[in-house]
Write a protein that binds this ligand. Sequence first.
Ligand code: ADP
Ligand code: MN
Length: 333
Amino acid sequence: PVISTPPHALTSQVGGHAGVLTTEDGSLLIKPALPLELTFYESLQRDEAFAPLRPFIPKFLGTLKLEGEAKETAGEGITLEPVEGHKDSLVLENLSFPYSKPNILDIKLGTVLYDDSASAEKVARMVKTAQDTTSFESGVRLTGFQVHDNTTGLPVNTPKAYGKSIKVADLPDGIARFFPIGVPSISSPDSPPTDLPTPTNSGLPAHNLLPILQSLRGDIAEIREAFTSIHMRMVGASLLIVYEADWDLADAGVKKYLSEDAEGMDEDESEEESEDEAEGAPKKIPPPYVVKLIDFAHTKIMPGKGPDEGVLRGIDTVLSLLDGRIAEVQEAM
Ligand code: ADP
Ligand code: MN
């Protein structure tokens, strides 16, 4: 793609290294291309063995070189100044782009946090990091998340220190913090406080949160199934979960995509809805959530080596955390 406007930092980044950029309109991500990640995305497109995983990986549009930095010079207007050490970048679909108020969670998968290129010193450090955090025992770490405050409408970020500090027994609480049950503001005149559960100022009402959690669980079970036939080692990859925090849009999204007569969340289908998208028409209703795997900078394809057991353990942990949260939400209804 040709990107003529300088990209800017991704504001909704909840984990990882600084340096993830987004295009002017926010629809695409631009991330430094590390060799293994580029190889992964190219293999995914080419190799039919990866077909079951494709629906669960962000769209890959190609690579680009950031040729220079736009500088405003007196008299000359905008010029492009070459910058040292230019590397290729990956251009990926920005998963949070369709959302009005994206709640975003990055869950790092796997029990092994180093790859075979790591030095002995790094291996020792990463083994300790895994053992000191939830990674080693459960195969997951909550890397970071943002949840919108229903009162201010602004995202509230929970940084990596939280996910690094908690124990496996605290993971259900961590998941509940990302999927809080929203209740109408107690000061709202049309919703007098009755025997409602403890008021919160974030999250979706239980009747919308529940179908989202159930459908999400189904998708992650499909990811697990796809993984059993794919032989690779993933180090530091994540499940990225995004859901709509705007109550009206989430409600419309649940009705449109997750109710009994819903059309399903097939992406290609929804793209054909040109009629509703005529100029001046309201923004189309995004699917109420999305889950995909991201971050393949240390992923190696290893035919014949079997699936990554640590990643499978992590996916199983996520499935049981979702089961627990589903039961809690059902109880609150
Ligand atoms: P790093 O190697 O720095 O960990 P990641 O690929 O994990 O790089 O990206 C860092 C962060 O950027 C993620 O935690 C997430 O918040 C955001 N991010 C990455 N890829 C996407 C994507 N395709 N859509 C939306 N956000 C993304
Ligand atoms: Mn990452």
